[in-house]
Write a protein that binds this ligand. Structure first.
Ligand SMILES: Nc1ncnc2c1ncn2[C@@H]1O[C@H](COP(=O)(O)OP(=O)(O)OP(=O)(O)O)[C@@H](O)[C@H]1O
Ligand SMILES: [Mg+2]
Length: 239
């Protein structure tokens, strides 16, 4: 089976020659459909930059990127925006919800852009919110919700277009331990239902709940291992 994500010698450089930052430096990686991958590594190691390229939020300086066999590195901004809207779901550390807008309307937003009619939008948003345990909170604005609840709204919004891949940049970074594990349970369940998940985290305990851990340093992948359950001291590289 062809991988869902495949990069070859992917590079993203910032700055000029004498002051260059190699944010992503020659990354070749394959991710199959149905995987649950955690990306770890120190601050500045290129995790978010790599995820932004995978999610079509950014273009590489050089190298190749294939999403389901489509070579994306040369695509125009418009083509990338369409792929991003149709096929990628994003979840961020800071939730990024519209503050004065209800949970349901926040979830509906990508469907407004996709020109889905109102009745269908409502149904899909409500079904997902119910599935994520927010059946009582359709009309609540983000300020009335806990951090964990806000992140669940953000996950519902990321899923409402039935994306191919869910990308999460430190989704538990602003949450306490209990809420973090609840969010991880949700991501694990979604992955079991078949969605491919790629998640950045700073926490080993969180990373170990994925099925595979990729470790980055200085823009490069320095470790790439399957998670072995019940093995306490497995070496997954540094965070
Ligand atoms: N728009 C930009 N312009 C210039 N340099 C950038 C830009 N974005 C990122 N960088 C640099 O690229 C490198 C990688 O950044 P990136 O945000 O990918 O790291 P990260 O691993 O996600 O870090 P963190 O764990 O702190 O989020 C850093 O040195 C950063 O300063
Ligand atoms: Mg980052």
């Amino acid at each position: 089976m062809a991988p869902i994500i495949s990069t070859k010698n992917l590079c993203k450089y910032y700055g000029e020659e004498d002051n260059i930052t190699k944010a992503v430096d020659n990354v070749s990686v394959k991710i199959d459909k149905g995987e649950f991958v955690a990306i770890i590594g120190p601050s500045g190691s290129g995790k978010s930059t790599l995820m932004h390229i995978i999610g079509c939020l950014d273009k590489p300086t050089s190298g190749q990127y294939f999403l389901e066999n489509k070579q994306l590195a040369q695509f125009s901004e418009n083509e990338l925006a369409k792929i991003r809207n149709d096929q990628i779901g994003f979840v961020f550390q800071s939730f990024n919800l519209l503050p004065r807008t209800s949970a349901q309307k926040n979830v509906e937003l990508p469907l407004v852009y996709a020109k889905v009619r109102a009745g269908e939008r409502e149904k899909r948003a409500q079904d997902l919110l119910k599935k994520l345990g927010l059946g009582e909170k359709f009309q609540s604005t983000p300020a009335k919700l806990s951090g964990g609840q806000q992140q669940r709204v953000a996950i519902a919004r990321a899923l409402v277009n039935n994306p191919l891949i869910l990308l999460a940049d430190e989704p538990t970074g602003n949450l306490d331990t209990k809420a973090s594990f609840e969010i991880m349970d949700i991501l694990k369940n979604l992955n079991q239902e078949g969605i491919t998940v790629v998640m950045i985290t700073h926490e080993v305990d969180i990373a170990k709940q994925a099925k595979r851990i990729i470790s980055m340093r200085d823009g490069k992948i320095v470790n790439d291992k399957k998670v072995i359950k019940n093995k306490k001291n497995a070496d997954y590289g540094n965070i």
